[in-house]
Design a protein around this ligand. Structure first.
Ligand code: GDP
Ligand code: MN
Length: 387
């Protein structure tokens, strides 16, 4: 789960990371009030969406008056901001962050990620802040520095000093950098975060380090014990199909192909997507109905998959162990009848109660395309989409 920049800054501030004075606004009038309350002469108005690259896309504006703050907020709120991270449709801006603007002397990059190779939290830092770190890593790998943290010992001061000095933070900046790194590390551990990124970590007022941007992502599987974080969830930033699916206990992830998938088990769901791709098609989604799926759950799965307008055919692939093929078949029949499904549905059933399941489909009088195995099913689904 991701949170907005202003939420990440509030959280980091509570751990002692310096951030600019500012507040979120949901309307241009509120944005103007925030600017007046903050005082000063210049402000930054920042579109709050769960994607980076806003600066280059017009989602970060420097305002020289309260009137300008109002104008920028008015332009941003309700518009769709397209950045290199949002995809071509962009994201709807519903909140802006208004901050006191600071004069920037230098910009650094500071990130914390869980490195899957070493299975440890790794600090990534660079002197080339304000830019895309993937890009810096490609063009100037010598400017990107990494330090791995031993979870049993935690992040040590000497490691922070090593990182700080590697990217050129010296003198008065050094102890500030150590404090900021340790604070972020503590925050990550406490809150079950997967990633924290400060880009840029800026030098302002000659010798003050401050987090001018902040991004934090959290482990969904830990949200049950992270009530504060869960309360920051913004459902408007998530795919409504994914939100609805999770409410029904379905594991759904939207993709960009044309074959809707309804499968049991994450492994089989991945194999099904591979088989579709192998036959020259593209899956529209990943969907795991789980074990012991009731007919209602299967009907809900069909409804969610069909909410995606690019779905041209549905592939149902069930290898029933705990599941029952007759329940799956009942759910599919119910879906066909109640949802008036026009898209062809290819069904492969195997395992528990498979004979009953096939019999139900055959005697339903509905036009299911049955398949004998995964390869057959994928081939048929791709053929109906192409033909
Ligand atoms: P991103 O493009 O989505 O990563 O958004 P950022 O929050 O990183 O903002 C983009 C850029 O805006 C930063 O790299 C800064 O150069 C600039 N910026 C942000 N806040 C300030 C500020 O207070 N003063 C000045 N002068 N520039 C700022
Ligand atoms: Mn940034």
């Amino acid at each position: 789960m991701n949170i907005h920049e202003y939420q990440a800054k509030e959280l980091l501030k509570s751990y002692g990371v310096p951030v600019p004075a500012g507040a979120v606004a949901f309307s241009y009038a509120q944005a103007a009030n925030v600017a007046e309350d903050l005082g000063g002469e210049r402000w930054v108005v920042k579109a709050q969406i769960h994607a980076g690259g806003r600066g280059k896309a017009g989602g970060v504006k420097l305002a020289g008056s309260v009137t300008e703050v109002r104008q920028f907020a008015d332009q941003m709120l309700g518009s769709r901001l397209v950045t290199h991270q949002t995809g071509p449709d962009g994201s709807l801006v519903q909140r802006v962050l208004v901050e006191q603007a600071r004069d920037i002397a230098a910009e650094y990059y500071l990130g914390f990620v869980i490195d899957r190779g070493s299975q440890r939290i790794t600090v990534i830092a660079s002197s080339e802040g304000g830019m895309d770190i993937e890009e810096v890593n490609k063009t100037h790998p010598e400017c990107v520095f990494q330090e791995t943290v031993d979870p049993a010992i935690g992040l040590r001061d000497f490691q922070c000093r090593k990182v700080a000095s590697a990217i050129g933070l010296r003198g008065k900046l050094m102890p500030q950098a150590v404090k900021i790194m340790k604070a972020i590390y503590r925050c990550i551990r406490d809150k079950d975060a997967l990633l924290a990124e400060i880009n840029p970590l800026a030098v302002v007022d000659k010798d003050q380090l401050i987090a001018l941007d902040a991004k934090i992502s959290f482990d969904d599987n830990a949200l049950y014990r992270q009530h504060q974080i869960n309360g920051m969830r913004d459902f408007d930033e998530e795919d409504p199909k994914e939100v609805e699916a999770s409410g029904h206990g379905l594991n759904y992830i939207a993709l960009d192909g044309s074959i809707g998938c309804i499968v049991n088990g994450a492994g089989l769901a991945m194999a099904t997507m591979d088989a579709i791709t192998l036959h020259g098609g593209r899956p529209a989604n990943f969907l795991d109905v789980g074990g012991g799926a009731s007919p209602e759950k299967v009907t809900n799965a069909c409804r969610i998959v069909l909410q995606d307008p690019s779905v041209k055919a549905i592939l149902v692939n069930i290898f029933a162990g705990i599941n029952r093929c007759d329940w799956i078949a009942r759910g599919l029949i119910q879906a066909m009848e109640s949802l008036h499904i026009k898209a062809p549905m290819v069904v492969r059933l195997a395992g528990t109660n498979v004979e009953e399941g096939r019999e139900l489909l055959d005697s339903s009088g509905l036009s299911f395309i049955t398949a004998q195995n995964l390869d057959d099913a994928a081939g048929k689904a791709v053929a109906v989409v192409k033909g």
